[in-house]
Write a protein of this length. Structure first.
Length: 152
């Protein structure tokens, strides 16, 4: 009879270096010096993911509260909190503009057909992009939403 060794617990994930997103050039052709790599911990990844997932449920209020509490602890959480806030505030503006334009066009009978198509496209983007961002944040990647106005 052979004695089998006791199984070892799986290794704890270690922090990994992640480069910040590329920075835009300054006026006059000067380039900003990129920040040194930052160590992203698994807790940072979880908080970044939570910023994006809270936004699906609570709009911009959840990421706003989480970002205000955690923004000073990590540059990674600060980035993902800002991205989630900017994205959901931008989409709030898009929804308001959509309904205003549709209300005006409704009197020409074009808005009745335009509203469902554009609203479905906005709703699809409003649900899909935060999930993509949450997965990227959980992997420790720096993600930037498309179609976003940068308020913060």
């Amino acid at each position: 009879m052979e004695i089998q060794p006791t199984p070892q617990p799986p290794p704890v994930p270690q922090a990994q270096p992640v480069m910040p997103p590329p920075m835009a050039p300054l006026p006059g052709g000067l380039m900003r010096v990129p920040a040194p790599p930052q160590w992203v911990t698994p807790d940072d990844c979880s908080m970044g993911m939570l910023c994006h997932l809270l936004a699906i449920i609570s709009g911009f209020i959840g990421p706003l509260i989480l970002w205000l509490i955690k923004k000073d602890q990590s540059r990674f959480i600060d980035h993902h909190g800002r991205e989630a806030l900017n994205f959901h505030l931008s989409f709030l503006i898009y929804y308001i503009c959509l309904f205003a334009v549709t209300f005006v066009l409704m009197f020409v009978f074009v808005g009745v057909f335009l509203l469902p198509v554009v609203f479905a496209a906005l709703l699809c983007g409003h649900l899909v992009f935060p999930i993509i961002a949450a997965v990227a944040a959980n992997r420790g990647e720096w993600y930037r939403y498309p179609l976003t106005i940068r308020f913060l």
